[in-house]
Design a protein around this ligand. Structure first.
Ligand code: NAP
Length: 288
């Protein structure tokens, strides 16, 4: 089997590459990067480096040549070419290049989600499903690492501040998402499958308790309205675009958009996800 992984310069893709490389020979793994310079560390490590950009379909057709299984890590919103168009390019190129199997990282409950992040994933899932390529869709819930700034501020004495109300989230650590994706790549593609990858469902109040346990510190929990949170982030000097997306996601969480219960994570991982207190302790040790 020949594999090509996208997103390897990012946290998730790099984690998938690490786990896949424990089982699959480097010579059977290609990586997609956006420039020769970005590919240098991967070439030095013995991987086959392909240059391509989601915004340039023809670069992808060339990059995907001779590949059987594609790990398609979803791209970043807010680029010059919109993410839905970029993702369409990836699926079209995969078809043209004769990719047989595809794994895509999507969003929790994508097809019924009203999240600000959902539209690109809805389009992409639909394109994949009608592509004729066999697929596994991994609907990743929410990285625990997304809460690093909340943990940092709490450690700095600013309180544990959030605006997600009582909404439940299936937080899990990024390395578990990476391991699940690597397993999805290596297990047979017998039926097209969509996995909901949620950790145990917790509210921010639960996360606050877990934070106190992991840090050994008493910290006030401050539950704000989305409007007050937006004003606080703006006063703190965050760029308008960042404030917009962060508050939109807190509103999504408050509305229950990430409240998706599933045991698919355990199925793919082969064990329960990393306990949340352990995950927080690991993040705190990186902050210090
Ligand atoms: N479920 C969640 O909690 C959550 C949270 C955040 C993001 N996400 C999604 O999950 C993805 C992976 O997460 P991550 O933490 O690994 O993100 P990340 O560290 O930002 O990495 C994103 C990767 O995508 C690549 N990429 C972006 N645009 C591209 C393009 N036009 N052509 C080719 N490659 C492109 C980047 O390459 P460069 O180095 O060239 O930029 C990078 O390797 C994100 O891209 C996003 O779609 C999910």
């Amino acid at each position: 089997m020949t594999y090509l992984l996208t997103g390897v310069t990012g946290g998730l893709g790099n984690g998938i590459l690490t786990v896949l490389s424990e089982t699959v020979s480097h010579k059977d793994i290609s990586v997609l990067v956006r420039s020769k310079v970005k590919g240098e560390p991967f070439a030095a490590a013995g991987y086959d480096v392909r240059i391509g950009d989601y915004a340039d379909e023809q670069s992808l057709v060339k990059a995907f040549s001779g590949i059987e299984t594609l790990m398609f890590v979803s791209g970043a919103p807010g680029q010059t070419v919109s993410r839905d168009v970029q993702h369409k390019n990836v699926v079209e190129a995969a078809k043209q290049a004769g990719i047989k199997h595809l794994v895509y990282t999507s969003l929790a409950n994508a097809e019924h989600s009203h999240s600000v992040l959902a539209p690109d994933h809805i389009v992409t899932e639909s394109l994949i499903k009608s592509s004729g390529i066999s697929y596994k869709i991994l609907r990743n819930n929410w990285y625990l690492e997304n809460e690093t700034n909340i943990f940092k501020d709490a450690l700095d004495g600013k309180g544990f501040v959030y605006a997600g109300g009582n909404g439940k989230v299936g937080w899990a650590v990024k390395k578990d998402y990476a391991k699940a994706a690597a397993h999805a790549l290596m297990q047979p593609f017998t039926t097209n499958t969509t996995y909901e990858l949620s950790g145990p469902l917790l509210t921010y109040a639960d996360l606050h308790q877990a934070f106190e346990t992991a840090s050994g510190k008493r910290v006030d929990a401050i539950s704000m309205t989305v409007e007050d949170y937006k004003a606080a982030l703006t006063r703190a000097g965050l760029p308008e675009a960042v404030v917009g997306i962060v508050t939109a996601i807190q509103a999504d969480i408050a509305a229950g958009e990430l409240d998706v219960a599933s045991h698919d994570f355990e199925t793919l991982l082969g064990h329960t996800p990393t306990p949340i207190t352990q995950g927080i302790a690991d993040i705190i040790s990186e902050i210090k």
